[in-house]
Design a protein around this ligand. Sequence first.
Ligand code: PLP
Length: 415
Amino acid sequence: MIAAPVASAGALDVERIRADFPLLARRVHGKPLIYLDNANTSQKPASVIEAVDHFYRRTNANVARAVHALGDEATSAFEASRDKLARFINAPSRDEVIFTSGTTQAINLVAYSYALPRLQAGDTILVTQMEHHANIVPWQLVGARTGAKLKVAPITESGELIVERFIELLTPEVKLAAVTHVSNVLGTINPVAQLARECRKRGIPLLVDGSQAAPHLRIDVRALGCDFYALTGHKLFAPTGTGMLWARRAHLDAMPPFFGGGEMIREVRFEGTTFADPPHKFEAGTPNIAGFVGFGAALDYIESIGFERMAAREHELLLHATTAMRSIPGLRIIGEARDKAPVIAFLIDGVHAHDLATLLDHEGIAVRSGHHCAHPLMQFFGVAATLRVSLAFYNTHAEIDAFVAAVQRVRKLLA
Ligand code: PLP
């Protein structure tokens, strides 16, 4: 059974909130859009869209290069987002926040800059059965160069990490553990603080993939006690092409740069180059400036609504959707962990996931179908694909009820 919410939704005015998201008012195939694919990417509030628009209309200039007014304004707006992000995750220092294009780039940065120089044949990297490909493939790529191998911590049939097995697998040849905070398929919330404590006792650094956690759980990297935390902006109501790696300063100081180029140097000579301090050492080239200005606006928006109220509302929606979906004959939920984010993967007996998703789309309902970039997890459950409903605080009970009614109708056509 899913755990009860920890806080009340308070007086969240959902209709007013929905009006903040222009796209939610659109129709698809002549029907009002019901957007239930938030784990894929979230919709953007007008304040984020306006911040990006305003940047290009009024400020556009490159960062950290020009002394003119626009360059100064662009740099201030861009760096203000770093301050907001550092506060958002309770980072000890803003300099530990590296801007990336998303979680994928953040994990690759750790793979190539932290892991590659340290790994050798016989070493292992510990992951879990429920990882997204972004937290598997980079480790395989550096493993192929060094001889290091992956080790996989198992999960239960209900989709929970077997924590005792994870701990047993933390043996001396493990040079890094890399774990998702929240599964993008199962919705499972992993006990990251506990895993970090166990890793620390053994001197093993822990990377946390926070892509699916950051929109639903208050992230506090100090309290979690991990070494690296990666997240993506576009699932957090920010523009695509934005993300972050947080890492402990000692790691960042020891890591060589991943990309070389402008903006990341202290001095360049043909004989050799010295590098800027973190975060700039890892941010070569012109970044997605407008995107990060939008990211700052997204964080402002979240704080204006109240993160805890958003999370409480999403939990309430998760309970409502889970109960309603269980009433559909032949529907099987994949992922029944006690601690869950509002992500529900499911299958219906005799119905192909893509067929159902296509028919739902004709009803204006957007759900995801496929392997969700988690082939090993699909293999564990013995399926090729699932459907997935993922909720945001702007979704409504009425939308969930309309989705459940549509599945009931469509199921009869397909079965
Ligand atoms: N990790 C998880 C758990 C995800 O859900 C995703 C995206 O779906 C990623 C990593 C990759 O994020 P991005 O494509 O933004 O880099």
